[in-house]
Design a binder for this molecule. Sequence first.
Ligand SMILES: *Cc1c(COP(=O)(O)O)cnc(C)c1O
Length: 375
Amino acid sequence: MTTKNVKYWDYLCDYAARKDDYLCAVDEVFSSGQLILGAQVALFEERFAEFCGVAFGVGVNSGTDALFLALKGLGVGAGDEVITVANTAVPTVAAIRATGATPVFADVEEGTSLLDVNLLPAILTERTRCIVPVHLFGQMVDMEPLLEFARAKSLLVVEDCAQACGATYKGRRAGSFGNIGAFSFYPTKILGAFGDGGMMITASEDLMVKLRRLRNYGMEAEYCSDMEGYNSRLDEIQAALLNRRLPRVDAAAEKRREIAKIYADGLKDIGDISLPVVRKECCHQYNLYTIRTAFRDRLMIYLREQGVETKINYPTPIHLMRGYDFLGYRAGDLAVTESLCKRVLSLPIYPELEETDLLSVINSVKKFFSLSGSI
Ligand SMILES: *Cc1c(COP(=O)(O)O)cnc(C)c1O
């Protein structure tokens, strides 16, 4: 029997351990005399871009806006088609729609849950303008063939790196492959803020200048817009907090990989479970640890009874959501995506997860399968 509840995610241990440091960062901003687009945002943009191995960073107020403004900055809009996947977080698609463009869904690979690059030629049309590969759960899409296809067909690429901060493909970090990489600092992400935040990174100086204007009413100088823009600035307080956390990202991701290893060792050879597949050219950040089983719903209820919190990422594929009816998809259109949505279950994973809790999650999963006789 589990005696203690295991939370799916918890930031309070980290806060308790580093409270003074975080409060000091907040005080620094309050005392600085510069509350909007100050020194902390500038410093974080520079450091984060460097961390990703890209020249420029532009901080914005969310991952959704990072995707939206990236597409805007590249000129994507009404009449254009943007290829992405349907097993992602809704914001990927909301951002595409906000530009007026039409999302077109590619099915995914069974093993990794990631965009199946082999399917791109079949869904290409003369209106296809851009691909938004989603580096889901913390692992990168197979970027080499994707970029080759994009180059051959003159398509733009905006990487959705919201779940993959720091992940690598053949040694290069997520966000450094496409025209723009879009990141989220939503609290549950690999690098989380204490609220909302996002970032676009790019190697192009011209694009960087345009993106800076887009997030600030289209302005370079005060009170005069050079272009139509928006208000989507990374908050100075969040930037100060992110500056404190950035140096620890790699160590935190390493901790996540250690936890994933313990899950993999503990859950192997259990009847109907498949574990996350990691491609050899990838370094997985494990923002989520997502297993698959045909007994998903019953396992989730059993774990809840045992005090273990889990989540489903994601229960409904976007092409079958009521809000996206108008796109005209039907059940059966994306067979692998739809099948995965019925089987995936995300187990607790975060750097502060204690080993005893981790082992009790593993034991509860094992117990479920031995009770149901399928071990
Ligand atoms: C979190 C997330 C986003 C959006 O980020 P917000 O900061 O919440 O707007 C976009 N795409 C994916 C895959 C995400 O997980």
